[in-house]
Design a protein around this ligand. Sequence first.
Ligand code: ASN
Length: 321
Amino acid sequence: MSTQLTSSFPKPLEKLSEIEIKRKACIAKVMTYTLGNLTSQFVRNGFEWLLPVALSQSTDPLWPDPGASIEKRIEIDIYGKTVRTTASMIIHKLIASSIAYPKLFILSPNIRIEKPDRAKTGLHIYEFSQLDFEIRDATSKYVMNLVENSIQDLITNLQKDMKKELITLCTYDTIKIPKIPFKIYDRCDLEAKYGEKWETEISEKSSDPIWITNIPREFYDYEDFETKEWDNYDLFLPKYGEVLSGAKREWEYSKILKKIERDKINKENYKLVLQLSKEGKIKPTSGGGIGLERLVGWISGVKHIAETQPFPRIPGWVHEL
Ligand code: ASN
């Protein structure tokens, strides 16, 4: 994605001026409120709150993904095995929701060492946090509706309870309570209209959150082999782009295997999901993950989403903290 929010980068805490510290504190209040609101909604709706893991043999391949720009993958050996830092909790979600927790969510750090030139988009950070969730036997429609209601509830309550902070951040009048249902666009139509840069074009042009469906992606998203359509959905925010990606998932062994082979992904790293699907133990699920820094960045009107982080993770920049 090449949407450009900024050319000036957020500074670490010790370099902030008094005014910048006040703004940072305001954004932290919006983040705290957002986390409280969204997690309470999930708990109220009967979801289990699982804690994340940082190191696993199996993590998100992040491939093939039209938006991928990974410069390096972190692998280390522990106890004689190679483990990887979490790129997303997707594999854990598929297995956990199939076996033990039919409705789950996880607040998890995702490490994606993006190429340094992504710093200037204002939309990429090399560590971000997802509110990742998965629901057994749910349809895409069900998940899209759940997300729309969650976002509407969040914005409605923020406007009531965080009025002072939103006024300070100058977004009280610009972040409107979104109308449900959100508009849905098929990626094929956007590609035909805007060409390769459809993601940037549509997030610049829209003034409300919108859905984009049917995006070719990683093996775990459901693909109809006959129609070639993908049953997945991205939520896009005006100017801030993709804030959620999600899908109905694959659960059948033959399809998962075929797609892993087609994508030239190392089967060794996905042995468990392959074995469980062969045994019929992977169930049909749907889910998604909300990028918290982009969501709060949109609500707070930041120039760079690293402004929402106490310890900014800007591609190409490593600070002491
Ligand atoms: N969290 C996403 C999902 O649920 C996966 C990802 O972040 N790559 O589909």
